[in-house]
Design a protein around this ligand. Structure first.
Ligand code: PEP
Ligand code: MG
Length: 885
């Protein structure tokens, strides 16, 4: 088997096509080599090897070591150096690179190949002994930390003590001899911790680093990141070994990262940061505040440190040529990493850049205008779930703001919350339902669970490409980074800025769109839905086949949904209308009426009828001209029962029935398993007056609304929890009879449909029979998931979490439709329903209707529409388009 793929010197064994095999980084290094760009030569060990490694008890196949040796020799030939040579040593970097980018989650080792002898050669070759010693001590620290498991604080402490004893303040104060002494201390520390010396054999170093990178595929951070981003563990990571280039060889050297367009706004401007005389991760780590790339961005930021354009005009020009070439080649915004070694530019990475939803939209629309991509491609490029970021509120520009600090606008959106200083605390607060802002000096990959739990993130150090910024953008969390005037005191749990002290628990607001930090909570405004958003949605609407409706019962929700493009209501849960203060007493009266006392129940229902009629009239007016599906009463009666004595008295007073008798009745209604109990159409069978009242309210409202708007809706009356055709037959007959009554009373002709939810396995299996009566089906995948798995939708989250953590399932089936089991029943239901009623209207109204993967599934079954909560309507529109393309 071929496990190793080489690249460099204008050619490569792989290409961008080989992403699954070589990982994103490896595939793009190969591609850049093939394009003739200056890439330090190297090789990629495949992701297949990672799988082999774990399948074989963390061992390697026999043939691997020869393949690695050959590839190393080839690098050596290209750069004119030999790995481990004491006169002319080759140094390499060893980095991870998975199929999907996982920024900072896995391990990296730089400067590998240095030891007590090669460091001397490096000093001679570079003519800079201090540089060589500095590189060696960095290598010892990094390798010990990543590969040998000696925590980096050991080394930091040694350095701090040394600086104190010698009255040094900055690392740059140390001379070559100082570093030499520190190296001795570092090596002694390793020997003390591990009871064996720091490895001097460069081959041992290399295999140690390779194993560490493969091992890091399963470290805690990577596991968490994969879970959050649904990356399968089976993918594995590749390992990239590449000749080192040095950005820290003096003032003609530098290292940087750049985006071909602004990743925050999407504006077509070369955008990025660099550091002169710095190495590797210095920019990303946020340890030094980086300089701008272009003169324009430096001026806009009011920065004094020269931009790359000013400091290194020639190399900057080359970089500009390369980024244009890369963007044109990949036809997408690129995120690139480069190093300048003594005036020579080297490309270390390119990939499709992560971006905010706002930038994704703008870039997709601009690229269509530029003729780079088609509108269909633009639709495919925007992640539907990310639209969520755009649909959420921003700060009210007219509201008063008590701005206490300002940082970089690292990830857009506004958020308010109580200040917390640790990721753990953020998670605790989230579990208690509290909103928090995570405040850190800088974040590291260890903090991602806390960043996810927080409403927003504030850091005092680091640039737009710092860890905090990149991760927050990926998660859609607002973030302000590098707010340098803030002083955080972790021990005191406070931060101070300009004389103001903010303690843990105090409320602040951050605006990730402009970088402001405010004391207290600032009111917010609804988002703007025109511009690029409107354009992309229009393209999506052209591309999709399925309609998108909304689940709504209040006028406010219906209005929001219509604004977001809902094409009707797919589910109006009428029970939600029963809970309002002035109604609940009448509802309770109805429920608690004696089982055989029809007239008492009718009297209570007569009080509710006008209110229901008004509810439906409002909805029909808002949805004029569109279909509206109204589901008759569904939940178990006990949900409405009075709880306290006080509530019981209230019902007694309203109905004139003795409280003691009501209590007895409530007791009779108690159920052990209400979700499988007296609910849904079973209520309609035992108390037909309820459904008759609702049907009447619907019909009368449809006439009233049509008179007002002139554009009637077609009500679709939906019976819940049907398991057999006989249930539907009985109830449909009653509804048809009520329609006849209303037609007679009003002299108007009604147009309506009667259908059912398919939310029980028996209903799916019996769909052919049920469809003889039902004029439409709506798959209620919440209950269908509950009843197919036999797990309670109200309690399952507790144990499903363990299932996802242990990898038994990839996703909570209540969040993303299980295609194998629940999906199979949906498919059967659709097929059998169509077999007896070819033109039956099919939709879905479970929570899955707004989940992109589930929407894609619905397309494969050929449903007519999906229905979801109002804020997810745009997500569903885009997901439906992508599913159709
Ligand atoms: C369902 O069961 O999927 C459904 C939409 O109904 P509810 O969530 O109200 O039970
Ligand atoms: Mg249901």
């Amino acid at each position: 088997t071929k496990w190793v793929y080489s690249f460099g010197d204008g050619k490569a064994e792989g290409s961008a096509e080989d992403r699954n095999l070589l990982g994103g980084k490896g595939a793009n290094l190969a591609e850049m080599s093939n394009l003739g760009l200056p890439v330090p030569p190297g090789f990629t060990i495949t992701t297949e090897l990672c799988t082999w490694y774990y399948d074989n008890g963390r061992k390697y196949p026999d043939e691997l070591s020869d393949q690695v040796d050959d590839a190393l020799e080839q690098i050596g030939k290209l750069v004119g150096a030999t790995f481990g040579d004491t006169a002319n040593p080759l140094l390499v970097s060893v980095r991870s690179g998975a199929r999907a980018s996982m920024p900072g989650m896995m391990d990296t080792v730089l400067n590998l190949g240095l030891n007590d002898e090669t460091v001397g050669a490096m000093a001679k070759l570079s003519g800079d002994e201090r540089f060589a010693m500095d590189s060696y001590r960095r290598f010892i620290q990094m390798y010990s930390d990543v590969v040998l498991g000696v925590d980096h604080y050991h080394f930091e402490e040694i350095l701090e003590v040394y600086k104190e004893e010698n009255d040094y303040t900055l690392d740059t104060d140390l001379s070559a001899d100082d570093w030499k002494e520190i190296i001795q201390h570092y090596k002694a520390a390793v020997e003390r911790e591990l009871e064996q010396p720091f490895p001097q054999d460069v081959k041992d170093q290399l295999w140690g680093a390779i194993s560490a990178v493969f091992g890091s595929w399963r470290n805690d951070r990577a596991n968490t990141y994969r879970r959050l981003h649904n990356i399968p563990e089976s993918w594995g990571t590749a390992v990239n070994v590449q000749a080192m280039v040095f950005g820290n060889m003096g003032d003609t050297s530098a290292t940087g990262v750049a985006f071909t367009r602004d990743p925050s706004t999407g504006v077509k401007e070369f955008y990025g940061e660099f550091l002169i005389n710095a190495q590797g991760e210095d920019v990303v780590a946020g340890i030094r505040t980086p300089q701008n790339l272009t003169k324009a961005s430096r001026e806009a930021a009011g920065a004094t440190a020269p931009s790359m354009e000013e400091a290194m005009p020639e190399v900057f020009g080359q970089l500009v040529d390369i980024y244009k070439k890369l963007e044109g080649h990949y036809r997408d915004m690129q995120d690139i990493e480069f190093t300048v070694q003594q005036g020579k530019l080297w490309m270390l990475q390119t990939r499709n850049g992560k971006r905010t939803a706002k930038a994704a939209l703008k870039i997709a629309c601009d690229m269509v205008d530029e003729g780079l991509i088609s509108s269909e491609e633009a639709v495919k490029r925007v992640d539907p779930a990310s639209l969520d970021q755009l649909l959420h509120p921003t700060l009210d520009p007219d509201a008063e703001r008590n701005v206490i600090a300002s940082g970089l606008p690292a990830s857009p959106g506004a958020a308010s919350g109580a200040v917390v200083f640790t990721a753990e605390h953020a998670v605790e607060c989230m579990q208690e339902g509290k909103k928090v802002i995570l405040v850190r000096i800088e974040t590291s990959p260890e903090d991602i669970h806390g960043m996810h739990a927080a409403q927003g993130i504030l850091t005092t150090r680091g640039g737009m490409t710092s860890h905090a910024a990149v991760v927050a953008r990926g998660m859609g969390r607002p973030c302000v980074s590098g707010a340098g005037t803030i002083r955080v005191d972790y021990a005191a749990k406070t931060f101070t800025v300009g004389g103001v002290t903010i303690s843990e628990g105090d409320i602040i607001t951050i605006d990730g769109g402009n970088g402001q930090v405010m004391q207290g909570e600032v009111p917010t405004l609804q988002p703007e839905l025109s511009g690029d958003f409107g354009k992309l949605m229009e393209w999506a609407d052209k591309a999709r086949r399925m309609k998108v409706r909304t689940n709504a019962e209040t006028p406010a929700d219906a209005e929001t949904a219509r604004k977001f493009g809902a094409e009707g209501i797919g589910l109006c849960r009428t029970e939600h209308m029963f809970f309002e203060a002035e109604r609940i007493v009448a509802v309770r009266e109805m429920i608690l009426a004696d089982e055989h006392d029809k007239s008492a129940r009718k009297a209570a229902l007569d009080k509710i009828l006008p209110m229901q009629r008004q509810d439906f009239t409002d909805l029909f007016e808002i949805m004029s001209g569109l279909p509206v599906t109204i589901r008759l009463l569904d939940p178990p009666l006990h949900e409405f029962l009075p709880q306290s004595d006080e509530e019981m008295e209230e019902v007694a007073a309203a109905s004139g029935v003795d409280a003691a008798k009501l209590k007895q009745r409530a007791h009779e209604l108690h159920e052990f398993n209400p979700m499988l109990g007296h609910r849904g159409c079973r209520l309609g069978i035992s108390y037909p007056e309820i459904y008759e009242m609702q049907a009447r309210a619907i019909f009368e409202a449809s006439i009233a609304a049509a008179e007002k708007t002139g554009s009637p809706v077609t009500p679709e009356i939906m019976i819940p929890l049907v398991a057999m055709k006989q249930e539907l037959d009985t109830l449909k007959a009653r509804i048809v009879a009520i329609a006849g009554d209303v037609e007679k009373e009003t002299g108007k002709k009604l147009s309506y449909l009667v259908g059912t939810m398919i939310e029980l396995p028996r209903a799916a299996l019996q769909a052919n029979n049920i469809a003889e009566t039902a004029e439409f089906f709506s798959f209620g995948t919440n209950d269908l998931t509950q009843t197919t798995y036999g797990i309670s939708r109200d309690d399952a989250a507790m144990f499903l979490k363990t299932y996802t953590e242990q990898g038994l399932i990839e996703q909570d089936p209540f969040v993303s439709l299980d295609p194998d089991g629940v999906g199979e029943l949906v498919k059967i239901g659709a097929e059998r329903g169509r077999s007896t009623r070819a033109d039956i209207k099919l939709g879905i109204c479970g929570e899955h209707g707004g989940d992109p993967a589930s929407v894609a599934f619905c397309e494969t079954v050929g449903l007519d529409y999906v229905s979801c909560s109002p804020y997810r309507v745009p997500i569903a529109r885009l997901a439906a388009a992508q599913a159709a393309l």
